[in-house]
Design a protein around this ligand. Structure first.
Ligand code: OOB
Length: 538
């Protein structure tokens, strides 16, 4: 396995193989198998572009050969920062086939995050789009290249300027042995860790399992037309079942660059979309828009909702307003996936976040001393299983805290298990703000703000919000004259921090409430700033 990763112990490898979770399949071959079975079926739609399975497969092969010519080899990391465009798929399959490892950054990430990811992964190449939503990624690449010595290539979809156009990374297809199914296939970004962002190594065996179980539980098949509404670099839209699950099932992946109801509804009507995945604020937006946007949504059979807790009132409106079913998904890039089942009763679908997808997902719910709580009680979810990692990439010290001695991942989520096995997410014990599905890493943001010359101390808390679930409030103690929210956010943007991490509110205080051991009491602080109980039980 790639150095810096934690493998499963041999007894678990044997167990997951024997039980049929790990079948020795690789992601590159998953597409090949499909392309052989149904070469002429449409695999990908992006605007006017339509690629059949044969075309997608061939593009991936040619791009793999082109990447090899550039010197990109097995186990090397390639930082991929692409919006929802068709090129994402041949690129990733090309990397999978070489055994090179895509590191999936979000389009929203900026210089600070990209430099960190490139350095942590020692990426040899960086793949971007030219301009997207008014932002020029080539300018970002110029700054990043100056700071990251390992980067040797910048590949660009569109106008490459001084860099290499991805369209020219092309050579006659070659036969490649490719990686082992036990090898790392991709590095996903974590949303839920403390300190600097962490990378999550997913192997071919475990991610193919993730994709297959998700596609089966969502009943994807060759008639599926999946709309990629969320960023494809996010695990939910990529593999739960997402674009990869759709290709596994022989369906069609339709790219959506703008998940606003106006744009997405038009695509649903035109492309006869059957399923998509949304975060709760988008579910709300789509429900509101359904009343005034004229579109035929009758092809839509399911909306998956996840990433943050969906309110029961919102969940209950999905079928009456949009005319389709709802599947709640509580997942994490580290692995474990919970789904409500398509044949679950109304109460489970509306009030729970689903139950684990695999029999061998070992979920235990524990108190602060790691002792299991009684069923029905709230505790932290810990998990071990065939598609849940045993450690973050190159994070030996952090892993000792994030995983138990017997290999369970400490999710930091506070959940309750019902007699049916369904889970209800009640809050969290980790210091992350979940801004409608986008995760704001509190400690990372606090560290940036501590470096501001006019800030003496900072504590960031989540405050309740009707649309986003919660928003970010930065509480500061100033040195002299306090900066305004606009000044603080301009400072963070100049540092190169993604826009979704910028505080929504700023509160200037004289002091912070303390706990009995002298730490900032964030619970008390959150109630102080919002005048009510905090958004979540941190
Ligand atoms: C998904 O993955 P990540 O890695 O961005 O974030 C994981 C965290 C979870 O630990 C939990 O705190 C929260 O996001 N979360 C939910 C939730 N789904 C995720 N909290 C409440 N209700 C839900 N339904 O967010 C993700 C990955 C795969 C599929 C779906 C979501």
């Amino acid at each position: 396995m790639l150095s810096g990763c934690v493998d499963w112990p041999a007894e678990f490898v044997d167990r997951y193989r024997a039980a049929g979770y790990w079948r020795g399949e690789r992601l590159g071959e998953m597409l090949r198998t499909r392309a052989r079975a149904t070469p002429a079926r449409v695999a990908v739609v992006d605007g006017a572009r339509r690629w059949t399975y044969h075309e997608l497969d061939e593009r991936a092969d040619r791009m793999a050969a082109g990447l090899r010519r550039l010197g990109i080899a097995a186990e090397q990391r390639v930082l991929v920062q692409l919006p929802n465009i068709a090129e994402f798929l041949p690129l990733c399959f090309a990397l999978f086939r070489i055994g090179a490892i895509p590191v999936l950054a979000l389009p929203a990430h900026r210089e600070t995050e990209i430099v960190h990811l490139a350095e942590l992964s020692q990426a040899v190449a960086y793949v971007i789009a030219d301009v997207h939503v008014g932002f020029d990624y080539r300018a970002l690449a110029r700054s990043v290249c100056k700071r990251v010595a390992s980067l040797r290539h910048v590949l660009v979809v569109g106008d490459a300027e001084e860099f290499v156009p991805l369209s020219e990374v092309d050579a006659p297809a070659e036969i490649m042995a490719g990686p082992d199914a036990r090898d790392v296939a991709l590095l996903l970004l974590s949303g839920g860790t403390t300190g600097a962002p962490k990378l999550i190594p997913r192997t071919h065996d475990d991610y193919v399992c993730n994709v297959r179980l998700s596609a089966d539980v969502t009943a994807l098949d060759a008639r599926t037309r999946y709309l990629v509404s969320l960023p494809i670099a996010h695990n939910f839209a990529l593999g739960c079942p997402g674009a990869l699950g759709t290709l596994y099932a022989g369906g069609t992946v339709v790219f959506c660059k703008d998940p606003s109801p106006e744009a997405a509804f038009r695509l649903i009507e035109q492309e006869k979309i059957t399923v998509t995945a949304l975060i709760p604020p988008l579910v709300l937006l789509w429900l509101e828009a359904a009343e005034w946007v004229q579109a035929d949504l009758s092809s839509l059979r399911w909306i998956q909702a996840g990433g943050a807790r969906l309110k029961a009132e919102t969940a209950a409106r999905v079928r009456p307003v949009l005319g389709c079913g709802l599947q709640q998904v509580y997942g994490m890039a580290e692995g474990l996936l919970n789904f409500t089942r398509l044949d679950d009763g109304e109460s489970a679908v509306i009030n729970t976040q689903g139950r684990p997808v695999a029999e061998d997902d070992e979920v235990r719910i524990v108190d602060a001393s790691d002792v299991e709580v009684a069923d029905g009680e709230v505790g932290e979810l810990q998990v071990r299983g065939p598609y849940t990692i045993r450690g973050y990439y190159r994070a030996e010290e952090y892993n000792r805290r994030a995983f138990t001695a017997d290999g369970f991942y400490r999710s930091g989520d506070l959940v309750r298990r019902l007699a049916s096995g369904h889970l209800v997410v009640e809050g969290r014990s980790k210091d992350v703000i979940n801004r409608g599905g986008e995760k704001v890493p509190v400690e990372e943001l606090e560290n940036y703000l501590m470096a501001h010359p006019a800030i003496r101390d900072v504590a960031i808390v989540g405050v309740p919000d009707a649309t986003m679930g919660e928003r970010t409030c930065a509480c500061i103690i100033a040195r002299g004259e306090a900066p305004t929210l606009a000044e603080v956010n301009a400072y963070l943007s100049r540092l190169g921090v993604a826009a979704f991490k910028l505080p929504d509110r700023l509160k200037v205080l004289e002091s912070f409430p303390q706990t009995s051991v002298g730490k900032v009491n964030k619970r008390a602080l959150a109630s102080q700033v919002c005048g009510a109980s905090p958004a979540m039980s941190t």
